[in-house]
Design a protein around this ligand. Structure first.
Ligand code: 5GP
Length: 185
């Protein structure tokens, strides 16, 4: 018996599908930037840590890894749009090619804030790679250069994404059966 109740969590994107898509994203990113281009992968904590780990190994270029923390006030499932930086990058990105790695773009407000913030640091370029996108919830247009999967408007968990800071270690993207959280601990 796994640590969660499989009867209460539905698998939306299984582990082999995630692996295949991330391998394709890595190949595309490698080809687009071209041989030898140095990249800084900027992961947005905490949700992107699993995706970033797999994506980095699918990119055949020299990469540096950095993280920053963002949180938005509001309930656990709905952003208020007021974004706060909780942890900054450890190194300057001036003159560097930055690829932002995000778990999910929902309303787009978090990504809008992040891109505005990064542009003030004068990077050579900024692109965005998000594993998931919920087009139905978009409130602001943000550039997404690489999208793993477009998903319907459901609250998803696993593969880095949490419910109340838990379930990040599910090896797949899932959702509550009938969309009825709370999930079993
Ligand atoms: P946005 O600012 O685009 O509305 O929201 C971005 C952030 O909200 C994501 O980085 C993620 O932390 C959180 N979020 C949005 N949708 C979901 C979801 O379906 N599941 C989880 N676990 N977090 C979500």
């Amino acid at each position: 018996m796994p640590f969660y109740d499989p009867a209460k969590i539905e698998v939306l994107i299984d582990a082999p599908s995630l692996a295949a898509r991330i391998s394709a994203l890595g190949a595309q990113i490698t080809a687009d930037y071209g041989p030898g281009t140095e990249l800084v992968l900027v992961g947005v904590l905490k949700g992107s840590y699993v995706f970033l780990a797999d994506l980095a190994r699918a990119i055949d270029l020299p990469v540096e890894i950095d993280f920053l923390g963002l949180s938005s006030y509001g309930s656990s499932q709905e952003t208020s749009g007021v974004v706060q930086m909780t942890q900054d990058l450890t190194r300057p990105v001036k003159g560097k090619h930055v690829l932002v790695v995000e778990d999910i773009v929902d309303t787009g407000l978090t990504m809008q804030y992040l891109l505005q913030n990064l542009m003030t640091r004068l990077p050579a370029s900024v692109k965005v790679c998000t594993l998931l996108h919920k087009p139905a919830r978009s409130r602001v247009a943000v550039p997404m250069d690489y999208v793993g999967f477009e998903i319907e408007d459901r609250f998803v968990i696993g593969y880095g994404l949490d419910y109340a800071d838990k379930l990040r270690n599910l090896p797949f993207i899932g959702a509550a059966v009938n969309d009825e959280p709370p999930f079993p601990a």
